[in-house]
Design a protein around this ligand. Sequence first.
Ligand SMILES: CC(C)(COP(=O)(O)OP(=O)(O)OC[C@H]1O[C@@H](n2cnc3c(N)ncnc32)[C@H](O)[C@@H]1OP(=O)(O)O)[C@@H](O)C(=O)NCCC(=O)NCCS
Length: 136
Amino acid sequence: MLHVTYKTDLDHVDWQEMKTTLQQDNFDNGRSCEQLKTSFENSYATCIAYAQNQIIGTARVLSDGVCNAYIVDVWTYTPFRRQGIATTMIETLLSSLPGQHVYLFTDDAVNFYKKLGFVEQPVGLSKIIGTWLVNQ
Ligand SMILES: CC(C)(COP(=O)(O)OP(=O)(O)OC[C@H]1O[C@@H](n2cnc3c(N)ncnc32)[C@H](O)[C@@H]1OP(=O)(O)O)[C@@H](O)C(=O)NCCC(=O)NCCS
């Protein structure tokens, strides 16, 4: 039986492994290993799923700690999907957000989030400032 471990700390994360697996799974959005590390370290809460010490899932949330939170980087490595891994990662994050309004954006996993109690909002707006991933 598959044994999955969920970690909410970032101790000993192999950022190169995370990036390589994301690339293999066509879910790499272009961040360098250093940018991935910074993204996760600057998050309010994170959850990384491991199977036999291999990274197989990620989820993280940005939050002001009071009223507003935004979930990003939700991903389960394809061979491990439909086994409840993302559900556990999201529920782990939500447990750190009592009283807060949690928002997210998704292209094609609407039903996944609806099952977790999320409700579609009529309009979302976004803008990239300057050039994507150029932070200086
Ligand atoms: C969406 C995603 C994170 C789901 O991960 P997962 O670990 O397979 O999810 P779970 O096993 O917890 O799914 C729980 C339930 O959600 C539903 N579900 C799962 N993936 C779904 C999808 N892509 N679309 C619609 N419903 C989905 C199913 O009903 C599933 O239950 P079931 O397997 O008993 O039918 C995964 O498919 C993924 O990484 N996709 C690519 C990245 C992505 O789109 N991330 C979301 C961006 S916001």
